[in-house]
Write a protein that binds this ligand. Structure first.
Ligand code: NAI
Length: 297
C-alpha cells in the first residue's frame, strides 16, 4: 500500500487563483510547508491574505484552534520564482486551462525539482497524457483534480495518463486522504468523471436560456429548490468562472471529435469576451457586490 507524503514534505502550488489558494490552504492546514508561486506576485499576496482570513473564520467558528491557525499561516510562504520550488516533494499546478502553457511550465519545472518530486496538475479537462507527453519523465506527472471551493469539497480525482506511474498515483491518492479528502482514481478521459457528467447540466441550462424558457435566476431556483441540486447551473458557472468553464467545454468538445452534445455556448463565449467571468470579476449571470448576488440582466 502506498504511503501519503509525510508532513515534513514541502508542497509547492503554482497558480494562486481560486483553486491554487484553496489547495495551499488545505496543504498548510494538513501540516506541510507550502510554497506558493504565481506569475502575478500580487495574486500570491492576495491568496496568502485570503487563506489567513479563512483560518480566522474557522477559529471563530471553533473548527480550528487559534495556535493551529497561527502555525498553518507560518507554513505558507510566497515564492518569487520557480527556482525557489526546488525542495518540493509535490508540485500542484493550478494555472490557466491551456495545454501549451501547462506543458511549458512542467518542462521548466522538471529540470528544477528533485528526481523524486511528483508533478501534479489540477486541470479540469485537459488530457494528463498530453500534458506529460513532452517531459523527459512523463511517468511522474499525475492529475490531482480538486473541486471548488477546495477547503469544502471532499472529492479529488487522481487522474492517470497513459504514462503515469501507478505508484505515484497511489501516493497522491493517499496524500489526498491524509488531507481529509475523499479521492477517486480516474483515467485521463476527456473531462475525467465529474466534468464529463456535468457538461449537460451547463449545456442544457444555456440552451434553455437561449430559447428563453425562463431567466437564469428562475432556472437556478428550479434546479435548487425543486431539483435538489445545491446550486443551479448559472450560479455554479459564475462560481467556477466562465473563462475556466468555457475552456473546459471547448476542450471536451475537441477531445470527442466535435461531438455536438458538447458544443460550447455562444452566450458563454460572449460573457468571456466581455470579461464577465462570474464572481471573480464581480459580474457573470449575476452581479456581485457586498456579498449579494443580483441578476445581471
Ligand atoms: P484562476 O484564474 O482563478 O487562477 C489562475 C492563476 O494562475 C492566476 O492567478 C494566474 O495569474 C496564474 N497563472 C497563469 N499562468 C501562469 C503561469 N504560467 N505560471 C504561474 N501562474 C500562472 O483559475 P482557477 O479557477 O484557479 O483554475 C486554475 C486551474 O484549475 C485550471 O486548470 C482550471 O481548469 C482548474 N480547475 C478550476 C476549477 C474551478 O471551479 N475554477 C475547478 C477545478 C479545477
Amino acid at each position: 500500500m502506498a504511503h501519503a507524503l509525510d508532513r515534513g514534505s514541502v508542497i509547492a502550488v503554482v497558480g494562486s487563483g481560486a483553486m491554487g489558494s484553496g489547495i495551499a490552504q488545505v496543504a498548510a492546514s494538513s501540516g506541510h510547508r507550502v510554497l506558493v508561486y504565481d506569475t502575478r506576485p500580487e495574486a500570491v499576496g492576495k491568496a496568502i491574505a485570503g487563506i489567513g482570513k479563512a483560518y480566522d473564520k474557522l477559529v471563530e467558528k471553533g473548527r480550528m484552534g487559534a495556535l493551529e491557525a497561527d502555525l498553518a499561516r507560518e507554513r505558507l510562504q510566497p515564492a518569487a520564482s520557480l527556482a525557489e520550488l526546488k525542495e518540493a516533494a509535490l508540485v500542484v499546478e493550478a494555472i490557466v486551462e491551456d495545454l501549451e502553457v501547462k506543458r511549458k511550465l512542467f518542462a521548466e519545472l522538471e529540470d528544477l525539482v528533485a528526481p523524486g518530486c511528483i508533478l501534479a496538475t489540477n486541470t479540469s479537462s485537459i488530457s494528463v497524457t498530453a500534458i506529460a507527453a513532452q517531459l523527459k519523465r512523463p511517468e511522474r506527472l499525475v492529475g490531482m483534480h480538486f473541486f471548488n471551493p477546495v477547503p469544502l469539497m471532499a472529492l479529488v480525482e487522481v487522474v492517470e495518463g497513459v504514462a503515469t506511474d501507478k505508484g505515484i498515483a497511489d501516493t497522491v491518492y493517499a496524500t489526498a486522504e491524509a488531507w481529509g479528502k475523499n479521492p477517486v482514481h480516474a483515467k485521463s478521459t476527456p473531462g475525467f468523471i465529474v466534468n464529463r457528467v456535468a457538461r449537460p447540466y451547463y449545456a442544457e441550462g444555456l440552451r434553455l436560456l437561449q430559447e428563453q424558457a425562463a431567466d437564469a435566476a428562475t432556472l437556478d431556483a428550479v434546479m435548487r429548490d425543486c431539483g435538489g441540486f445545491r446550486m443551479g447551473p448559472f450560479e455554479l458557472m459564475d462560481l467556477i468562472g466562465h473563462d475556466v468553464n468555457f475552456s473546459v467545454t471547448q476542450s471536451v468538445f475537441k477531445a470527442y471529435f466535435n461531438d455536438p452534445r458538447f458544443t460550447p455556448s455562444v452566450v458563454q463565449q460572449e460573457l468571456v469576451n466581455a470579461g464577465f467571468l462570474g464572481r471573480k470579476s464581480g459580474r457573470g449571470f449575476y452581479r456581485y457586490g457586498e456579498g449579494i448576488a443580483m441578476p445581471a440582466a
